[in-house]
Ligand binder design. Sequence first.
Ligand SMILES: [Zn+2]
Length: 268
Amino acid sequence: MYHDCHIHWRAETNGRDVLTAMDKQEMQKAVLIGPHRTETNEQVVESIGVIADICALDPDRLLGLVWIEPTLSEAADHVERAIADHGLAGIKMIPDHWYPYEERFFPVYRKIEELRVPLLFHSGILFGNMDSSRFCRPVFYEVMLHFPRLKFALAHISWPWTDECIAVGGRMRAASRRGDVPEMQMFVDITRGTPDFYRKDALDRALRYLGPERLIYGSDDRIPGELSRSRKGVETDREIICGDLGWSEDDFDKIARRNLEDFLTPFE
Ligand SMILES: [Zn+2]
């Protein structure tokens, strides 16, 4: 059994069908990212309802992330509604013609920190949103040091900026060791993006520098669907991490399961 930290909603479905697909792939928990409907406040409210309805069936296995657009006037209220009212598991954001470090978003980050839920950021090249890859460089997320109780993850190992992503992880770890922040806040979502011939090298570097406690398996698979891409990805990653790179099955279990539990558990 494994968990997947990165599955997208693509079209109408329901919790029952998602659980059936998960069972077939031996997936225990799925982090489901809500519809990318973020052009207006009303659309975000609607998107929260869609993902909350799916996850309500089994909130222990179906973990909903609300897609927040921090440039919207009611973004902090959207966070409150998704987490406090609907009990969703966390937040997802993609910087699209805004930079994650802009101080105008600090009230939104503060609200997320206050509600003690994690934040998954897209990081790296972006094929979907026209010319917005430049807003998603890993070093821009260093701003999270201002929100020391907020756990966050950078998706796709920030490919092609994988070294920069790993270095930001080192920087966040150093801050926790120095006592600037109480604990290490950052995780690396290893969802693909990396073409296979880059992947082994990127995982090798991430594991050697950050250790197996910081990486979380994800797939970018979609619902509705069979979730077979997720299953294939986790099996390939086991071969790379345990077979090629020599890490133990216990280390792989952290990446495929336990680190997600950690990510979702608030700091004490
Ligand atoms: Zn994605």
